[in-house]
Design a protein around this ligand. Structure first.
Ligand code: EPZ
Length: 428
């Protein structure tokens, strides 16, 4: 596994362009399978999850042409089957969207049970409950989820849990069901709206995405479409917090500020200057950071994906902050790693109490998931000395050119590639 070496103490400054949203792209690529026309996607983030999904689509028979780093053209008119390969599917959880899109295309899907993650248990019971409501027969054996239905029929589905994945997966399947499906208690994330817009561009009839009630009138055919993926609000928030953490001043460009309102509000509460323009956000920290209480909630609440980043940032605040993780049961794996760097953090159930004000000190740490990895890089930017982060591949799943973008902002950061256990320093 690669390591990333971070030299602490540099204040970040300059401009950084934000890439397309990972959590929209990993749903839109599987959704493209529903079309018998030609699909052109742009502003795709150049990240490992996208590469893995492209490999899965090619394995299923989709003809794909890369158009530069961030665009592809797909021709899914001749698919070979509905059983994506285990060795690729196990690499990423979001491959569960293949269930909804293959059901829409074939009425069949055989998808390996998605791997767990370091965020604690991540059940998919709401996905399966919704598919069953649409008339799908579900069998789970030998680690495979086997789904089959002659013709899906629209249904009224009330989600017990506000779930991004279940909302999107059921939108994919219901788009091809006979009649109307109503999803109640749906998640409202911007990525859900982006997927709905893409489906409608292919000929679907979806209304209400972005609210907690989504109405889907099934259609029998999906055609060609062009789509530009929305900017990644979590990537943008990561750089905004990195600027605040290092006492710097940066501009994040190509963003939708509306998607970052909870993050902007929290940074201002901490005493950070945040100025918003139509497609970019200025972040500047000059004074001391103030402590703040953060509670994660589904959108438009404070995003759980930025909870690890906010924890790293709040170790620099003068005082006590309380972070409550309401979305996932086990999303505090980064706490032990931050404590290795001298952070004063106490966890009680869903709550972490951060005693800020003591500077962090560099230490060897390990990424446990992509957002924890990003948070430890930010902690390294703040710490005295040189931090060595192992398991860096986690970061590559969701951040395009992470080190390059941070170096462009003045960070001292480099990757050391491990080839078969031999550390090879990558030239700066
Ligand atoms: C999506 O995961 C994102 N991943 C996550 O981002 C994000 O943290 C999460 O939404 C919440 O915003 C992608 O979009 C690929 P959920 P998802 O279903 O869909 C429970 C990142 O770093 N639940 O909204 O898996 C679940 O356990 C990743 O980019 C059920 O109980 O999340 C959790 O407690 C990490 N049953 C809560 O709902 C279900 O059937 C929210 O999960 C489904 C979910």
């Amino acid at each position: 596994m690669d390591t990333i070496v971070i030299g602490g103490g540099n204040k970040l400054h300059g401009k950084v362009r934000i890439s397309g949203a990972k959590n929209a792209a990993v749903a839109i690529l599987p959704a493209a399978l529903m079309s018998t026309g030609k699909i052109s996607l742009s502003n795709l983030p150049d990240i490992n999850d996208v590469r893995t999904l492209i490999a899965i689509l090619e394995n299923l028979g989709v003809a794909i042409r890369r158009r530069g780093r961030n665009a592809v053209e797909l021709n899914p008119s001749r698919l070979r089957g509905y059983s994506p390969p285990y060795e690729l599917v196990k690499k990423m959880r979001a491959s569960y969207y293949l269930m909804g899109s293959l059901l829409a295309r074939f009425g069949r899907a055989e998808v390996p049970i998605p791997g767990g993650c370091d965020l604690g248990p991540r059940p998919i019971d709401q996905h399966l409950k919704g598919f069953a409501a649409l008339g799908v027969d579900i069998e789970i054996e030998h680690g495979l989820i086997k789904l089959a239905v002659a013709k899906m029929r629209g249904a009224h589905i009330y989600l017990d849990v506000v779930s991004v994945g279940a909302t999107i997966n059921l939108m994919l399947a219901a788009a091809a069901a006979e009649g109307r499906t109503v999803l109640e208690n749906a998640a409202k994330e911007p990525e859900i709206v982006d997927v709905a817009n893409f489906l409608n561009a292919m000929g679907a009839s979806i209304k209400g995405a972005g609210t907690d009630v989504i109405r889907i009138d099934g259609v029998s055919q999906f055609g060609s479409a062009e789509h530009m993926v929305i900017p990644d609000r979590i990537e943008a928030g990561t750089y905004m917090m990195a600027a605040a953490a290092t006492g710097g001043e940066i501009v994040v460009e190509d963003v939708i500020p509306k998607h970052l309102e909870a993050v902007t509000a929290k940074l201002r509460e901490m005493g950070v200057t945040v100025d918003v323009e139509p497609e970019r956000i200025w972040v500047k920290r000059t004074d001391h950071l103030l402590p703040s209480d953060i509670k994660t909630f589904p959108y438009p609440g404070f995003p759980t994906d930025l909870q690890p980043l906010s924890m790293a940032l709040l170790t620099a605040a003068e005082g006590t902050s309380i972070i409550t993780e309401n979305v996932f049961d086990g999303r505090f794996r980064h706490v032990d790693e931050l404590k290795r760097m001298g952070a004063q953090i106490k966890v009680e159930g869903r709550t972490a109490v951060v005693e800020g004000g003591q500077p962090l000190s560099a230490a060897p740490v390990a990424a446990t998931d992509l957002r924890a990895g990003a948070a430890l890089v930010v902690a390294g930017l703040m710490a005295r000395g040189e931090t060595v982060l192992s398991e860096a591949e986690h970061i590559d799943r969701g951040y395009e050119q992470f080190e390059e973008k941070l170096r462009g902002l003045g960070a001292s950061i480099k990757r050391v590639r491990s080839r078969g256990g031999i550390m090879v320093r990558k030239p700066l």
